[in-house]
Design a protein around this ligand. Structure first.
Ligand code: URA
Length: 172
């Protein structure tokens, strides 16, 4: 893909990984340096925490699908820019069309705000079932934020239980 200038500096285009028939899809913000080097999403420290978050709702990483709003690393991990999102989002929409997940979990404020086209705070976005192109979507903390702020792990667990309930209608 050469639709935006992020292609100039990237090592890898990071498409996504996991089960192409997944019921649950996790969408982060953009690849970081580990992801750019390996060509796979969420493979660094935040990724290892994401794996634990997935396992906490009785799924395996291989069962779900993991991707990002942007497929290429922004320099210095800066926030995605509107023009980059505009060029990249059609790829995400096509992934959702093909995988047809039952529920999407947006990881972090940027992912939630971007997908839902809102400036609402993470606090306002959490704990609600939203919709993104006909698919139920919930928002929780980004695992990288949890590494910096472990006190957010408890509310994240509440979000993950909410995700699980919305997914199968059964309380954990
Ligand atoms: N952070 C993200 O948002 N995505 C990744 O793939 C890795 C870290």
């Amino acid at each position: 893909c050469r639709r935006c200038p992020l292609c100039e500096k990237r090592k890898h285009f990071v498409f996504g990984s996991g089960n192409p028939k997944a019921d649950i899809m996790f969408i982060g913000e953009a690849p970081g340096s580990d992801e750019d080097l390996q060509g796979l999403p969420f493979v660094g420290r935040a990724g290892r925490l994401l794996t634990k978050m997935i396992e906490s709702i009785k799924q395996n990483r291989e069962d779900v699908y993991i991707t990002n709003v942007l497929k290429c690393r922004p320099p210095g991990n800066r926030d995605p820019q509107p023009a980059e999102i505009e060029k990249c989002e059609p790829i995400l929409l096509r992934q959702i069309e093909l995988i047809r997940p039952k529920i999407i979990c947006a990881l972090g404020r940027i992912s939630g705000q971007t997908l839902l086209r809102t400036n609402a705070t993470l606090g306002a976005l959490r704990g609600k079932a939203h919709e993104y192109h006909g698919v139920k979507l919930i928002v929780t903390y980004h695992p990288a934020a949890l590494l910096r702020n472990p006190q957010w792990k408890r509310p994240t667990w509440e979000d993950l239980k909410f995700l699980r309930r919305e997914y199968d209608g059964v309380e954990l």
